[in-house]
Design a protein around this ligand. Structure first.
Ligand code: KG4
Ligand code: ZN
Length: 335
């Protein structure tokens, strides 16, 4: 059987990324141009700036990926691109680039869901076994996704307000840390003690949904009350307490879902999957459960990249799930 090469493009937020993968699982090139430095001074991603950077970087990153792979577009079987969800202006750059390349080189075009991409980052590490459950924790999403087969996604729980990463970024802001705050809080949490009492949103019995806005508000109130009373709170203790609350809820609900759905494999996905505390807690929780195969991707595959988009593209290519030239950026795309 002939080898299959998929080119992936990702521009949904603040990374311009192009990757090439072979036979669905092997990374041949994976180029990511981060814009974090440009957004830092605004304390978050500025959509207009993101779009402009994507336009500037797109062809450069594409050429770099092809060069790294020592390939031309002739060697590529299909072009996969993040169709949504994400920032509409940012998505549009990737979608239009993909359409242009696919049209110019007469290659099939494949529209990929960003969260499916995060989940498929795991397949670059290990072959999937079904049924599987994915814990998706990113800046925009917090979801438990049940999978019976490739490309079959059922959201069994999701956040009702803030995403986990969003809560991290907002708490970091209160503690005067730079954007994105997740990695800073993670580091700080390991230097402190979880001595400050913070809430855990369990929601109704049996619910796999999440809520992080109450926790975020509790952290903000703790800081403001201390300021008013002239008390000092150690930021590392607050970070540790916040992180403990987030991880306890994520891990407990994930474990319950793994049991309720009797899954064989647990996949960790999204930017917050880079969190050291979460990785340790999941590893510890599933250490003695040999019937559950826990997969945790390396850090560079947890945050936004295009290899994960190409990995979904590879499955869709096999299934013949192609898009036509009417494909458009869809910021509210359902999985
Ligand atoms: O998946 P991602 O790169 O972009 C989205 O699709 O949202 O996730 C970015 C999010 C940010 O909120 C960032 O603060 C968070 O992932 N993050 C972390 C860590 N590294 C990145 N959160 C907690 N701990 C980390 N180590
Ligand atoms: Zn993402």
């Amino acid at each position: 059987k002939k080898d299959q090469y998929i080119l992936g493009i990702e521009t949904s937020c603040d990374e311009t990324a192009v990757a090439i993968i072979k036979n669905g699982r092997e990374i041949i090139a994976n180029v990511v141009a981060s814009q974090i430095e440009s957004h830092k001074r605004f304390g978050g991603v500025v959509p207009e700036i993101a779009s402009r950077h994507h336009v500037e970087q797109m062809t450069i990153v594409l050429e770099e990926a092809l060069n790294k792979a020592s390939m031309t577009m002739n060697d590529i079987d299909a072009v996969a691109v993040t169709e949504g969800p994400g920032l509409v202006g940012a998505l549009l750059v990737g979608v239009n680039a993909a359409k242009a390349i696919a049209f110019a080189h007469q290659k099939p075009l494949i529209g990929v869901h960003h969260i499916a991409g995060h989940i498929y980052a795991n397949r670059l590490i290990k072959e999937m076994t079904f049924p599987a459950l994915a814990l998706v924790v990113s800046g925009g999403h917090t979801e438990l996704v049940y999978m019976k087969a490739h490309g079959d996604f059922e959201v069994i729980g999701e956040t009702r307000d803030d995403a986990a990463g969003e809560a991290y970024d907002k708490v970091a802001r209160v503690l005067n840390m730079p954007y994105p705050g997740g990695p800073h809080i993670d580091r700080l949490a390991h230097e402190g003690e979880a001595t400050i009492k913070l809430p855990r949103a369990w929601l109704e019995e049996g619910s796999f949904d999440f809520s992080f806005s109450g926790l975020k508000s509790a952290v903000i109130n703790t800081v403001h009350n201390a300021e008013q009373r002239g008390e000092t709170i150690l930021p590392e203790d607050l970070a540790a307490s916040f992180q403990e609350s987030v991880i306890e809820v994520l891990v407990t609900k994930t474990l319950k879902a793994v049991e309720a759905y009797d899954v064989k494999q647990l996949l960790l996905a999204g930017g917050v999957a880079a969190n050291k505390g979460l990785r340790e807690a999941l590893t510890e929780t599933f250490k003695n459960k040999e019937e559950i195969d826990l997969v945790i991707p390396p850090l560079h595959l947890c945050t936004d990249n295009a290899a994960m988009i190409a990995a979904v593209g590879a499955i869709m290519f096999e299934k013949g799930m192609f898009s036509d030239m009417s494909m458009n950026a869809n910021p509210g795309l359902d999985i």
